[in-house]
Write a protein that binds this ligand. Structure first.
Ligand SMILES: NC(=O)c1ccc[n+]([C@@H]2O[C@H](COP(=O)([O-])OP(=O)(O)OC[C@H]3O[C@@H](n4cnc5c(N)ncnc54)[C@H](OP(=O)(O)O)[C@@H]3O)[C@@H](O)[C@H]2O)c1
Length: 411
C-alpha cells in the first residue's frame, strides 16, 4: 500500500510506504501558521526497540512553536550535523494512538495496544542509561518530536517502546493525546527532586496556572496533598484554576515589577522590592495565611524568577523547566544562600515519572484539561494561538487518524 487516507487503517503490523505529516522546513521558519504545512513523506523504518504508532490525536505543545520559529535552535540543522539526512521537521511530542508495528526486540507493547506516548527519548545503548541511572540525565537524551523526527504530527509516529504508557480507557483519543508532555514534566518538577517533593500541606506557587503545564501542576499538587496558589493574567481564568485544585489565585497584571532583578544598589531596586513584597502579600491573601511556597513551579523565567526566588520558603525549591519570557536568570543571592533555597532545572520525565502521572490520570485524579480540538490541517493555527498566548486554557489537541471527536473512550 502506498498511502492511506487519514482514518484509513492498513492491516495491523503493516504500514504504507508513505504517510501524511505536518512539516516545518527551514525556508518556512517563522510564524507557526505559515511554517507548518501538510506534506507526504516516506513512512520511517524501525530500529529494534522502536514502535510505529498509528496516531489518533496529537497534543499541541510550546516546543513545536520554537521548532516553527527556528529559534532558539534550528532543529533540522542540529539533526543534520549529527548525520540525519532529513531536511524537514516532522514534529509532535504528545499523542494517543495504536501500536501498529514493533521492532524485533520490543517486549512491553504489541500491535493493537492503545497507548499514550511520553516524550523522553534516549539512545538505547547509552552507557549512562545501561548503567541504570536516570536516563533523563544521559548525554543522548532528546525531546521526542522536537529534537527527533517522526513525532505525533505524522500519521504514523516512530517512538521508542519505553515511551509508551497505557491509554486511560475513560478518555477519548483527543483527551488522551493532549496531556502527557505537560503532565509528566510537571510531575518530575514536583516529585523528582528529593527531598524537595510535595509533602502534605505544602504550598506550591504555580506560574501560568491555566496553561498546559500549570493546569497539570495544580492537579498533581492537589492529588499529592499540597496546596497550590495559582498565578494568572486574567480574572477570567480564576474559576478554571479553582476548579482544578488551586486554593487561591493571584492576577499578575495587578503588579508591574517584572523582568530581571535590578542591581541591588541601584535606585530601581527599591521599587522592584516593593513590587515583590506586594506580590508576597497577595500570596498570603490567596492562601489565607502567612505562608511561603515550599516549591515554586517556574517556567516564565526571566520575567518572574526574581520574585520566585524572593518568595520561595527557607529550604524550599524553585523548579524551572523553561524561560518563555527570556533566558537571563537573576536572583537576589542574599535570600538564596541565607535561606538555603534550591534552584533546580528540570526537563521532561523518565519512564517511571510518566507512569506515575499516567496512573493519576487513570485514577481520574488528573483531568487532561483538553481545551479545544482542532483538525489535522489546523496544526499550524493551534501553534500560532499558543505563540500569541491566545489559546484556550489547558491543553489543545488535533485529530490525526481519529475522524471525529469523542471516540476512543471505552468506559
Ligand atoms: N523542559 C520541559 O520539559 C518543558 C515541558 C513542557 C513545557 N515546557 C516549556 O514551558 C513553557 C510553558 O509551556 P505551557 O505548555 O505551559 O505553555 P502555555 O499553555 O502557553 O502556558 C504558559 C503560561 O505562561 C503564562 N505567561 C505568559 N507570559 C507570562 C509572563 N510574562 N509572566 C508570567 N507568566 C506568563 C501564561 O499564563 P498567564 O498569562 O495567565 O499568566 C500562559 O498560560 C514553554 O516555554 C514550554 O516550551 C518545557
Amino acid at each position: 500500500m502506498e498511502l492511506c487516507e487519514l482514518g484509513q487503517k492498513p492491516p495491523l503490523g503493516e504500514a504504507p510506504e508513505k504517510m501524511y505529516a505536518f512539516l516545518v522546513r527551514q525556508d518556512r521558519f517563522g510564524q507557526p501558521r505559515d511554517a507548518f504545512k501538510r506534506e507526504v513523506i516516506p513512512t520511517p523504518g524501525l530500529g529494534p526497540e522502536d514502535v510505529l504508532v498509528y496516531v489518533m490525536a496529537t497534543g499541541i505543545n510550546y516546543n513545536n512553536v520554537w521548532a516553527a520559529l527556528g529559534k532558539p535552535l534550528d532543529v533540522i540543522a542540529e539533526r543534520q550535523k549529527k548525520g540525519e539526512p532529513e531536511d524537514f521537521h516532522a514534529g509532535g511530542s504528545d499523542c494517543s494512538g495504536i501500536v501498529w508495528k514493533v521492532g524485533e526486540k520490543v517486549k512491553n507493547v504489541k500491535p493493537g495496544d492503545e497507548v499514550v506516548v511520553h516524550s523522553g527519548w534516549w539512545a538505547p545503548d547509552d552507557p549512562w542509561v545501561l548503567s541504570g541511572k536516570d536516563p533523563m540525565l544521559a548525554e543522548s537524551t532528546r525531546i521526542w518530536g522536537y529534537q527527533t523526527n517522526y513525532g505525533s504530527f505524522c500519521q504514523f509516529a516512530r517512538a521508542q517502546s519505553h515511551q509508551c504508557q497505557p491509554k486511560p480507557k475513560h478518555l477519548s483519543w483527543e483527551q488522551a493525546g493532549c496531556y502527557m508532555l505537560c503532565a509528566s514534566t510537571a510531575y518530575r518538577m514536583l516529585m523528582g527532586w528529593e527531598p524537595n517533593t510535595i509533602k502534605e500541606g505544602d504550598y506550591v506557587l504555580v506560574w501560568g496556572a491555566a496553561g498546559g503545564l500549570g493546569s497539570m501542576a495544580l492537579q498533581i499538587t492537589r492529588a499529592l496533598g499540597g496546596k497550590a496558589i495559582a498565578v494568572i493574567s486574567d480574572d477570567a481564568k480564576k474559576q478554571f484554576c479553582l476548579d482544578h485544585g488551586a486554593v487561591g489565585v493571584i492576577n499578575r497584571k495587578n503588579f508591574d515589577h517584572w523582568g530581571p532583578l535590578p542591581d541591588t544598589g541601584s535606585p530601581e531596586f527599591g521599587p522592584w522590592f516593593k513590587g515583590a513584597r506586594a506580590f508576597g502579600k497577595a500570596l498570603w491573601e490567596a492562601a489565607g495565611a502567612k505562608v511561603s511556597p515550599a516549591i515554586v513551579f517556574e517556567h516564565p523565567g526571566q520575567a518572574t524568577l526574581p520574585t520566585s526566588g524572593f518568595l520561595c520558603s527557607t529550604g524550599g525549591m524553585i523548579a524551572i523547566c523553561a524561560g518563555t519570557t527570556g533566558y537571563n536568570a537573576t536572583l537576589d543571592l542574599r535570600y538564596h544562600w541565607m535561606r538555603q533555597k534550591r534552584f533546580q532545572g528540570s526537563h521532561l520525565s523518565n519512564d517511571e515519572q510518566a507512569a506515575s502521572v499516567n496512573k493519576l490520570v487513570m485514577e481520574k485524579k488528573i483531568d487532561p484539561c483538553l481545551s479545544k480540538v482542532y483538525k489535522f490541517d489546523e496544526i499550524g493555527d493551534a501553534h500560532q494561538l499558543m505563540l500569541d498566548n491566545k489559546h484556550p486554557y489547558g491543553n489543545m489537541a488535533c485529530l490525526v487518524n481519529a475522524t471525529q471527536e469523542g471516540e476512543g473512550a471505552s468506559i
